[in-house]
Design a protein. Structure first.
Length: 492
C-alpha cells in the first residue's frame, strides 16, 4: 500500500487509554475516497469513517475516552461508534442486498475517508478473498460475490447508501426479483409451520434465528387457509379466568367430532389435553368417546412422571364421556377436582375452544392446500398440535413456546417439512432384492414425539410407515393439484 506522508491523519487502530496502545497505520494521501467508497486494509484493527452521516445507529463517545494512533504517532479522538448500512452490487452490476457493518468508529479527523478492516469483517461473518491475478472479492455469508476495484494498489468497495436501494432496484429491475424471492421463502415456512399466519411467521423468524430471518413476510393468498380458516368475527373478550401457577395444576380437555368421513384408521374423534401453565397440548385420535378414559389415564401417567407432580384439576365442557360413572370414579379416586363448564357454551371454555378452532381450521387448510382426500384429516389434525407446541403463544410471557415450558429447552425446527408433500422412504436392504428399488414413494403425513422419525403413508399399498431415512420433495404434493400451475400464489 502507498505509505507516503500526508497532512491528513491516517485511520488506524483503537487505543484503549486505560490499558494498552496499539500502533498500526496506513496513509490515505494518494487514496482519498469518494462518497460510497470504502478501502479494505489488513494493517489496522477497526473500521473507521470520518462521516457522521454514514451511521444507521450511533453511540457517542466522550472526547478523550477512545483514541486512534496514526502513522505520525499522534493520537486522535474517536467521537462515536455504531453500525453502517449500505447497499452493494454483485460483479454483474445488479444490487443484491443491504449489508450491515457493526463496530465502525467515527473519527472526524479522517475527513471523507472510509476504512474497512479485514479481520473485523471476518469476525462479522464476511469473507475477503485476494486472488492470484491481483484482484479481490468481498462476500457476505450468503455467497454473494462483490468484485473490488484496485486503485493504486488499494482495494475499494463501491457502495450505495441504503436509503437509495429501493430506487436503485427499480432502475436495475431487481426489486421484483427480491420480492418474489422473499415471498417464496416466506410461503415455504408458512407451509412448513402448518399454515401459520404471516405475522406469526415474521415474529418467529426474528427470535433466536430459529428459522431464516424474514424482515418482511408478504401477505399472500393461500387457498388452503381460505377454505380452512375463514371464521366469523370474534365475540367481545371475556374476563380472564384464573391461571395455573405450576404444571398440571389445571388440565383442559375437549373432544372434537364426530368428523366424517372416518380416517384411514377408522377414527371419528380428536381428543386433546392442554396443560394450563405450559400450554402444551397432547392429542389422541379415537374411534369412540368412551376411549377418553383410557387416554386420560395414559396422559396422566406420562405427564405426572415427566413433571414429578400430580394433576390437580381437570376442566372439561361437562358433556358425554367426561360425566360417565367410570370417569367420575377415577377423578374421585385420584383426588382430581372436576371443573365442568356450561355445556354448549364455548365462550366459558375459551382455551379449549380456541385450540379446537385453530386445529380444525389448520386441518382443513392442510388438506385443501395439497388436494389430499378427506380421509387424511386425522393425520392432518395431529400435525398442527405438534407444530403449535413449538411456536410462541400469547398465553406465555417473553415469546416462550409450550415446548420450552414443558421440556425446559428450546425446540428445533430443522425437522419440519411441508405436510402432504411427496416423500421417498429408504427401503431396508433386508426387505428387498438386489435389483429392487431402494426407495418407496409415499406421502408425508406427520411427526412422532418419541423418536426422530417421520410418519409416511403409501396410498398404493395402503400402509403407514415410520422412517428417518427420507428424501422430501417439498414443492410437490403427492396428490396432483388441479390448476396448480395456474395459481402462482400456491407455489412454495
Amino acid at each position: 500500500m502507498d505509505r507516503t506522508n500526508s497532512s491528513r491523519p491516517a485511520a488506524a487502530s483503537v487505543t484503549d487509554t486505560l490499558s494498552r496502545s496499539i500502533f498500526t497505520a496506513f496513509s490515505l494521501a494518494s487514496a482519498t475516497t469518494s462518497p460510497g467508497q470504502w478501502l479494505l486494509d489488513s494493517g489496522c484493527s477497526t473500521h473507521v469513517t470520518g462521516t457522521r452521516g454514514q451511521f444507521s445507529s450511533y453511540v457517542a463517545i466522550r472526547t478523550g475516552e477512545r483514541k486512534i494512533r496514526v502513522a505520525n504517532n499522534v493520537d486522535i479522538d474517536a467521537l462515536g461508534e455504531g453500525e453502517v448500512v449500505f447497499a452493494v452490487w454483485d460483479k454483474n452490476g445488479r444490487r443484491e442486498r443491504n449489508l450491515v457493518i457493526p463496530g465502525v468508529l467515527h473519527v472526524p479527523e479522517c475527513g471523507g475517508n472510509n476504512l474497512l478492516e479485514v479481520s473485523q469483517l471476518c469476525r462479522s461473518d464476511y469473507y475477503v478473498d485476494f486472488h492470484k491475478d491481483g484482484g479481490a472479492s468481498f462476500e457476505p455469508d450468503d455467497g454473494l460475490s462483490v468484485r473490488l476495484q484496485e486503485v493504486n494498489g488499494l482495494y475499494i468497495l463501491q457502495t450505495l447508501p441504503a436509503i437509495e436501494s429501493a430506487r436503485s432496484l427499480v432502475a436495475h429491475g431487481s426489486e421484483e426479483d427480491e420480492e418474489k424471492a422473499a415471498s417464496k421463502k416466506a410461503a415455504l415456512w408458512h407451509f412448513r409451520l402448518a399454515h401459520l399466519g404471516a405475522d406469526a411467521v415474521r415474529r418467529l423468524s426474528m427470535r433466536d434465528n430459529a428459522i431464516p430471518r424474514l424482515r418482511a413476510v408478504p401477505r399472500c393468498i393461500c387457498t388452503g387457509c381460505i377454505y380452512g380458516k375463514m371464521i366469523r368475527k370474534p365475540f367481545l373478550p371475556l374476563p380472564l379466568s384464573s391461571r395455573a401457577t405450576q404444571p398440571l395444576e389445571i388440565v383442559h380437555s375437549d373432544i372434537t367430532g364426530p368428523v366424517t368421513p372416518k380416517t384411514l384408521g377408522g377414527v371419528l374423534y380428536v381428543l386433546k389435553f392442554t396443560d394450563d401453565f405450559t400450554r402444551f397440548k397432547v392429542g389422541y385420535l379415537i374411534k369412540r368417546k368412551s376411549e377418553a378414559l383410557m387416554c386420560f389415564k395414559d396422559y396422566k401417567a406420562l405427564a405426572e412422571k415427566h413433571h414429578r407432580s400430580l394433576v390437580h384439576k381437570l376442566r372439561t365442557d361437562g358433556r358425554g364421556a367426561y360425566t360417565s360413572s367410570e370417569f367420575s370414579h377415577l377423578l374421585k379416586q385420584e383426588g382430581i377436582e372436576a371443573q365442568r363448564t356450561t355445556p354448549y357454551t364455548p365462550q366459558s371454555n375459551g382455551m379449549s375452544e380456541r385450540a379446537n378452532r385453530t386445529i380444525i381450521g389448520t386441518t382443513r387448510a392442510l388438506l385443501h392446500a395439497v388436494n389430499a382426500p378427506k380421509e387424511y384429516w386425522g393425520e392432518a389434525a395431529m400435525a398442527p398440535i405438534y407444530v403449535r407446541n413449538r411456536l410462541p403463544t400469547k398465553g406465555l410471557v417473553d415469546g416462550q413456546t409450550p415446548y420450552e415450558k414443558w421440556f425446559g429447552k428450546k425446540p428445533s425446527y430443522d425437522n419440519l417439512r411441508v405436510w402432504g408433500c411427496l416423500a421417498y422412504a429408504q427401503v431396508p436392504k433386508e426387505t428387498r432384492r438386489k435389483l429392487d428399488k431402494t426407495a418407496q414413494r409415499c406421502m408425508f403425513v406427520g411427526y412422532t414425539d418419541t423418536v426422530q422419525q417421520y410418519m409416511l403413508y403409501d396410498p398404493v399399498k395402503r400402509k403407514f410407515l415410520l422412517s428417518w431415512d427420507v428424501a422430501f420433495e417439498e414443492s410437490t404434493s403427492y396428490y396432483p393439484i388441479e390448476g396448480f400451475e395456474k395459481a402462482p400464489e400456491q407455489h412454495f
